[in-house]
Design a protein around this ligand. Structure first.
Ligand code: NDP
Length: 296
């Protein structure tokens, strides 16, 4: 038996097309173009690449992109001042501050300063609390994308045993909340959990988000399980170069799982697609409109 491959690239392209269509309709109906402001502090090359590519993808979806760059020496007050201006800018519906931030800046204070309505990363405590309370919230993009892939692969998840490996605020915790909302029985595992292989073998749905290359082996996986590999790890390749691998040993897992996301081409492309979707949602909500149906 060989697992079905969950094609995140294709699902992401479909989601982006839906967002673009809904953004175009909004422009015709309400004369409003959804706008995403990305803030980059310093000159970390990886962060600069992310921000550039987010801007490009935003424009491709027919939305407005605003890039704000501050020097690595920027003070917390300067960044908070910029966030305050973006919070009241009517052309900006989503704000993302690219992490990590330089050491003189308190990231938690900056996240706290972003208007929850414009918090398209879903990191503000108001959105975290709303998600946990089962209220309408801005949901972090990576777990939102993973849930869309799971809905596509499985449909109704009620009663499924779900194990999430990793408890970060960005991936693991919101993923667990989303699976709970899908009526799964959820186990959230982390570096202090005992006997991870046995925990994982219980899972009908296994989400790996630990940042440890190929930690999850084939014999950790229950036959037929659906495996979502969030990990993105760069390791040395056989040719002296480097390659990307997930947190799951793909070649072993594919022989056991029922369905699995590849790395790259699984969860990764969903993250940016969900950022665009969240920006559209924030814009619609600012106009008092219901969220467009994007994720089914
Ligand atoms: P963090 O480093 O913030 O969190 C890692 C989590 O994994 C922690 O909860 C940690 O436990 C747990 N963990 C670490 N080592 C082990 C271990 N040996 N056994 C069990 N649990 C362990 O990472 P992120 O959540 O930000 O990211 C996780 C992975 O997902 C990374 O590879 C990252 O690159 C990738 N990622 C991919 C995205 C995408 O777009 N596809 C977006 C975001 C992240 P503890 O809390 O106890 O320390």
């Amino acid at each position: 038996m060989s697992a079905a491959i969950i094609d995140g690239k294709a699902v992401a392209a479909e989601l982006v097309a839906r967002v673009a269509e809904a953004a175009a309709a909004l422009k015709v109906e309400a004369g409003v173009v959804p706008g995403l402001a990305a803030v980059l502090v310093g000159d970390d090359p990886a962060s600069a690449v992310y921000v550039r590519s987010k801007g490009k993808r935003t424009r491709e979806a027919g939305m407005a992109s605003f890039e704000h760059r501050l020097p690595a020496t920027a003070t917390q007050a300067e960044l908070l001042d910029l966030v305050a201006r973006l919070n009241i800018d009517p052309q900006v519906h989503g704000i993302l501050v690219q992490l990590p931030l330089p050491p003189q800046i308190d990231a938690a204070a900056v996240i706290d300063a972003i208007s929850p309505a414009k918090d398209v990363d879903g990191f503000h405590a108001i959105n975290v609390g709303r998600l946990a309370s089962g209220l309408e919230a801005m949901v972090p993009c990576t777990p939102l994308g993973a849930r869309m892939l799971l809905r596509r692969a499985l449909g109704d998840m009620s009663g499924a045993e779900a194990v999430v490996l990793g408890r970060s605020n960005i991936v693991g915790k919101p993923m667990a909340q989303l699976l709970l909302a899908e009526n799964c029985t959820v186990t959230l595992a982390h570096s202090r959990s005992r006997d991870l292989p046995a925990l994982c073998r219980r899972a009908d749905i296994l989400v790996a988000a630990v940042g440890r290359p190929e930690m999850v082996r084939g014999d950790w996986i229950r036959p037929g399980a659906t495996v979502i590999d969030v990990g993105i790890n760069r390791v040395a390749g056989a040719d002296g170069g480097s390659r990307l691998v997930g947190d799951v040993a793909f070649d072993e897992a594919i022989a056991v799982a029922g369905a699995i996301t590849p790395v790259p081409g699984g969860v990764g492309p969903m993250t940016i697609a969900c950022l665009l979707a969240n920006t559209l949602t924030a814009c619609r909500r600012s106009l008092g409109l219901a969220s467009a149906t994007l994720f089914d």
